[in-house]
Write a protein that binds this ligand. Structure first.
Ligand SMILES: [Zn+2]
Length: 207
């Protein structure tokens, strides 16, 4: 995990978010290879092993992605259009979408977290790999796009996932998954829907 990407990670337990503390045991230049990430609030610890951060219940040995295949530029272009990506943003691609993280990060000049990838993802300064069940381990409001996979996300899990989006951020999810209340559906076909996070209503004030 590129060290700057660690800043965007947060505890998945249900309490107010504060930055995590990382004890690094092995690094390769600016990449964290082996570490323990700790939550100062609930004391839960999450390992980084061989560069991948583990936030979920799955043991690392349970997940053995196959070898990395060639990136599919058409697929990356498609999800990039769904999420309306642009230079400098940070997104999360979950499950089957994660395979596009590398190509999309290079095409669009963005940062992508590849979450719960189904095959091996090569990390980079722009691509971090995390495993985390159906719970996004990212700072509230920090993502401009999230692509949700087919792994049976409940409405509660979707509502929590939408918290990671900033207002105006895009979410893509399977057509079978419910649209969270703070997401406005803007397009749908037989396989996916695309939604946009509604902006919070804020009082105007003078500084
Ligand atoms: Zn915690």
């Amino acid at each position: 995990m590129f060290i700057e990407l660690l800043d965007g990670l947060r505890c998945v337990n249900d309490h107010p978010q504060i930055p995590l503390v990382t004890a690094i045991t092995k690094r390769d230049d600016r990449f964290v290879v082996e570490a323990t990430i700790g939550c100062p609030t609930c004391r839960r610890e999450y390992p980084i092993r061989r560069g991948t951060a583990w936030f979920g219940s799955a043991a690392q040995d349970d997940v053995t992605p196959s070898q990395a295949g060639p990136d599919d530029d058409d697929g990356a272009t498609r999800i990039g259009a769904f999420l309306a990506v642009s230079d400098g943003m940070t997104i999360a691609l979950v499950g089957g979408w994660a395979v596009h993280a590398r190509a999309l990060s290079e095409m669009a000049g963005l940062r992508a977290f590849a979450m719960n990838p189904q095959r091996a993802i090569v990390e980079s300064e722009r691509v971090g790999v995390v495993h985390s069940d159906n719970r996004l381990p990212f700072t509230d409001g920090s993502l401009r796009g999230v692509a949700i996979d087919e792994s049976g996300w409940s409405i509660r899990e979707m509502e929590l996932a939408s918290r990671a989006l900033s207002s105006g951020g895009r979410m893509v999810a399977p057509a079978s998954v419910a649209v969270p209340g703070d997401i406005e559906e803007i397009a749908r076909d037989e396989s996916v829907w695309i939604g946009e996070k509604r902006g919070a209503l804020v009082a105007l004030h003078r500084r």
